[in-house]
Design a protein around this ligand. Structure first.
Ligand SMILES: [Ca+2]
Ligand SMILES: [Ca+2]
Ligand SMILES: [Ca+2]
Length: 202
């Protein structure tokens, strides 16, 4: 019970409007195109119509999302053409990819995910210069330790054979785009998602 309360406090402090969809991977620069990954960790599908993504300007409706995320499904946004990205990483046709994002994530930047009402759903603020000791996702992606906390110090760099199932793209970038394997820390939050759903049902 104590653990649940701690996680609830983290979630509230981040101002999260929807606790089921999280930032689950990012690479701000690579030999191929930069990308971010969002995953629906909840137990019901999420319609992304009206949802949007932006970098540190943090404005809703800059890059509009589309599609429906099934429970456990991930969505990728990249500056590459979607099919170029799919081929480089060897992803199947079923993986949802939105290409052509041009705002450019830099070495110090922010990832913001908004729902259809323009409310912040999740945020990751990063920069290895601004936050010394944290990862620099250049040529290798970052993976979350604690979901939804906006704490880059809990994130770790991908390497081949890691717990997230990472591999090398044809451009020799390392990552695991298109799927999310929850770590024990993330699983704790999935438990919170179930509680939140139970509360909504009451
Ligand atoms: Ca930027
Ligand atoms: Ca970039
Ligand atoms: Ca992933």
């Amino acid at each position: 019970m104590k653990t649940v309360l701690t996680i609830a406090a983290l979630t509230a402090s981040a101002g999260i409007a929807n606790a089921d969809v999280y930032i689950t991977e990012w690479m701000y620069s690579g030999n191929g195109g930069e990308f971010v990954e969002f995953t629906n960790t909840g137990s019901t599908a999420v319609d992304l119509t009206g949802w949007s993504y932006d970098d540190d300007s943090a404005i809703p409706n800059v890059f509009n999302l589309s599609g429906v995320l099934a429970p456990g499904e991930s969505l990728i946004i990249t500056e590459d053409d979607a099919e170029v990205f799919r081929a480089a990483w060897g992803l199947s046709a079923s993986v949802q990819i939105l290409g052509g994002y041009t705002n450019n994530l830099g070495r110090s930047d922010q990832i913001n995910l908004f729902d259809a009402n323009g409310n912040l759903v999740d945020r990751l603020t990063y920069g290895d210069q601004a936050f010394p000791g944290t990862i620099r996702t250049q040529g290798a992606s970052g993976n979350p330790g604690v979901l939804g906390a906006d704490d880059v110090t809990t994130w770790s760099l991908s390497f081949i054979g890691d717990a997230y199932g990472s591999w090398a793209s044809s451009n020799n970038d390392i990552g695991n785009p298109g799927s999310f394997v929850p770590t024990p820390g993330a699983l704790a939050l999935l438990g919170l998602g179930g509680l939140a759903a139970a509360r909504r049902r009451r």
